[in-house]
Design a protein around this ligand. Structure first.
Ligand SMILES: [Zn+2]
Length: 96
């Protein structure tokens, strides 16, 4: 959903996230309640679709919609590499 900016004559500017069909030209200020006019601003399209934007978006989304892990983590023994080598030439190396 797009973000609309409104400027209150009494307070500072504020942003409202609304569907396009519900965006009004005037909005009540959440601080003082007076009528705020919608500002015309440039859309923030430059970051969308980039890896940085998807990282920021997933970071913001994880705060409210954490991903649920199903199943168990692999045990520590299955991830450990063997301490010996199966290469035949390594068998000829001197042992401690
Ligand atoms: Zn205000």
């Amino acid at each position: 959903m797009p973000i609309y900016e409104y400027s209150c004559p009494q307070c500072a500017a504020f942003e409202v996230i609304r569907p396009m069909e519900a965006a009004a030209d005037a909005q009540a200020c959440p601080t003082c309640g007076s009528e705020a006019r919608r500002k015309i601003s440039a859309p923030h399209l430059s970051r969308t679709g980039t890896a940085a934007f998807s990282l920021i978006d997933s970071t913001h989304r994880s705060a409210s919609e954490p991903q649920v892990v199903t199943g168990t983590l692999p045990s520590a023994n299955s991830r450990r590499t063997p301490s010996y080598s199966s290469h035949p030439l390594h068998q000829k190396l001197p042992r401690p």
